[in-house]
Design a protein around this ligand. Structure first.
Ligand code: AMP
Length: 294
């Protein structure tokens, strides 16, 4: 496994793999502090592609001024050891200057889809995400790039960007990996103490309540949201940021769930830590078999 810090080196390695060796490249962008959620993306990439490239880059452009860019967990030594165990071929771990050199002035923004949910709660977040992903896709030029359903809105935006700007990569979205308690794995779970970590299981319990009510025939978004809120409010350590039900493709806010799949998403503070999670209702059964949101 080679660790690459320079974008020029990453570009030339990737070009050689594609052109001279004719190998397919799978790419998994991450911010490091790796957990089993990231590893499932890598597992999928390993199964589908000849060569796996993982980037580890805490992207300053996607953090707001009052957010946790400085506190975000970083441990490239531990991450590299895990990636080597998972037979990753290349780790791309650039510095901030390598991605945003002096004079950097170009940003990519996906309009419309970025305005609601996480975009409303975190202004400029998605502009930072789509900009860095555009740069990384141009550096690595993968055949496939892997993203988690954990960040459902992010995955939709990236698909939109890749389609609109004619990137050649195919985007693969991988189901949410959860701890035994149901808590969706996240690097930010590192911020939680034991009591908070136990409390954080309420996010998945609340989404499951919506799933059960949906299965029992409830189709009113307001009633499903109320059920999720009531469940979250039973946990004294939880403070709701938002709970929303939107069309799973267009993100249009729904009043009633009809034939199309609906995304139930939420953001909740546990102490100072902001956690997100989601479930898709009314999706095709074959996705359930694949383990989505299990
Ligand atoms: P991050 O390092 O948090 O930026 O995440 C890198 C990628 O891993 C993103 O595509 C995330 O959606 C994905 N990811 C993070 N947590 C999970 C999880 N629990 N299950 C599946 N994918 C995840």
């Amino acid at each position: 496994m080679e660790i690459i810090n320079r974008r020029k080196r990453m570009m030339s390695v990737a070009r050689k793999l594609r052109r001279e060796e004719n190998r397919t490249i799978g790419f998994v962008p991450t911010m490091g502090a790796l957990h089993d959620g990231h590893l499932s993306l890598i597992h999928e990439a390993r199964a589908m592609c000849d060569v796996v490239v993982v980037s580890v880059f805490v992207n300053p452009a996607q953090f707001g001024p009052a957010e946790d860019f400085n506190a975000y967990p970083r441990d490239l030594t531990r991450d590299s050891a895990l990636l080597a165990e998972y037979n990753v071929d290349y780790v791309f771990a650039p510095t901030v200057e390598e991605i945003y050199p002096p004079g950097f002035a170009t940003f990519v923004a996906v309009e419309g889809l970025s305005d609601q949910l996480e975009g409303a709660a975190r202004p400029a977040h998605f502009r930072g995400v789509t900009t860095v992903v555009a740069i990384l896709l141009n550096v690595v030029k993968p055949d496939f790039a892997f993203f988690g359903q954990k960040d459902a809105q992010q995955a939709l935006l990236i698909k939109r960007m890749v389609s609109d700007l004619a990137f050649s990569a195919e985007i693969v979205v991988v189901p949410i990996v959860r701890e035994a308690s149901g808590l969706a794995m996240s690097s930010r779970n590192d911020y939680l103490d034991d009591a908070q970590r136990r409390a954080a299981a309420i996010l998945h319990q609340a989404l499951s309540k919506a799933g059960e009510a949906y299965e029992a025939g409830e189709r009113s978004a307001a009633r499903l949201i109320e059920l999720v809120r009531e469940t979250l409010e039973r946990e004294p350590l939880a403070r709701i940021d938002y709970v929303s039900i939107n069309d799973a493709e267009t993100l249009v806010k729904l009043e009633k769930i009809e034939e199309r799949p609906a995304l139930v998403s939420l953001a909740v503070f546990i102490g100072k830590t902001r956690l997100i999670d989601n479930v898709v209702l009314g999706k095709a059964k074959r996705h359930d078999v694949a383990g989505a949101n299990a």
